[in-house]
Design a protein around this ligand. Structure first.
Ligand code: BMA
Length: 332
């Protein structure tokens, strides 16, 4: 197991896990009982997907994207004992915000949750004269305190790093347009205080030169995982097919001290929409990772991903195998 001690983090021995199915050689494999969160889990939900789960208390808590039956995009809190069976509140989160200009909550989607220092930060796609990155924090998943939006519109996929780097907070994001954005590179910004973001650095671009799974746009997924080989960043990549966008998942390793420097990046995808629940739904052909749990001693990683903008599923991988795969299938 020594070779597996690559994750620099805590133990999470009870986290969701299932061994790779016999006969499979996939580096990332799906949970056999996917999807784990059904679209109609709560009375108001049309769909529950692209959501974030973290270890909390003696189980797990999360912030979930719930598109309501009025088709509003809302954020709901939820809890689970085992990380697989969830209870979600039917009412959306009401953020506490003392800045009236920001306090009007219009919509929220694609949340990420990051445990950092002493609290859980939530970043999500907020609306303020266009899509931008909302930021809030909670200690208890009861009260959520909203801060300033991180960036000017239009921006999506704001993903915090789980610790300060050289004394600064860091966030990945993906500047976009006001609609279904046919472009998008990942950038990295830093902040001394979680309010003012600057020193914007380019991380990586789509592979635009030829038709690939990541040729149209890319966006960071779960909170990056610190490893001995760099920050492990899962991300989504989009191909424009003759039938619309196809969202797949890949991964990159970023330099620990200068996280905008990409060390390795998967040329093939790690997961693409192939199962019925990934190919059929409100938006077909979407796998969209937003959270990952990991157990440092065993090197296990469990990834939560949205399926076809409808449900939420789990996939698994082993960090040493994954890093080996990224390195030997890398194209920068
Ligand atoms: C993106 C985001 C995601 C969604 C994806 C596919 O622009 O809105 O929430 O999963 O499109 O529809």
């Amino acid at each position: 197991m020594a070779g597996r001690q690559t994750i620099l983090g805590d133990a999470l021995p009870g986290m969701p896990w299932q061994d790779r199915p016999g006969g499979s050689s996939d580096v990332v494999w799906r949970y056999s009982d996917n999807p784990v969160i059904a679209r109609d889990l709560i009375p108001c939900s049309n769909s529950i997907f692209n959501s974030a789960v973290v270890p909390f208390a003696d189980g797990y808590a999360g912030v979930f994207r719930v598109d309501s039956r009025c088709r509003n995009m809302q954020l709901h809190r939820g809890h689970s004992k085992d990380g697989i069976h969830f209870e979600l509140e039917n009412d959306p989160i009401k953020f506490i915000c003392d800045e009236p200009e920001i306090a009007e909550f219009v919509e929220g989607y694609d949340p990420r949750v990051c445990y950092l220092e002493d609290r859980y930060y939530v970043t999500w796609c907020n609306r303020y004269h266009g899509p931008t990155i909302g930021v809030a924090y909670t200690y208890d998943f009861q009260q959520f305190y909203q801060l300033e939006n991180a960036f000017l519109p239009s921006n999506r996929n704001g993903v915090l790093f789980p610790r300060k780097i050289k004394g600064k907070y860091f966030m990945l994001s993906r500047p976009s347009d006001n609609g279904h954005t046919p472009f998008g590179d990942i950038f990295c910004s830093e902040s001394p205080d979680m309010i003012h973001w600057g020193r914007h650095r380019h991380v990586m671009a789509p592979k635009r030169d030829k038709l690939t799974w990541q040729c149209t746009k890319i966006g960071a997924g779960p909170i990056p995982i610190e490893t001995t080989e760099g920050w492990l960043m899962f991300y989504h990549g989009v191909l424009t097919s003759c039938n619309g966008f196809v969202y797949s998942m890949g991964a990159a390793l970023l330099d620990i001290d200068t996280p905008w420097k990409v060390l390795y990046r998967t040329k093939p995808y790690l997961l693409s929409p192939q199962k019925l629940y990934e190919c059929v739904g409100d938006v077909p052909n979407v796998v969209f990772p937003c959270a990952a749990l990991c157990d440092a001693p065993s090197g296990r990683i469990a990834i939560y991903y949205g399926c076809a903008d409808t449900t939420t599923s789990l996939a698994f991988c082993q960090v040493d195998e994954l890093i080996e795969f990224i390195k030997s299938n890398s194209e920068l």
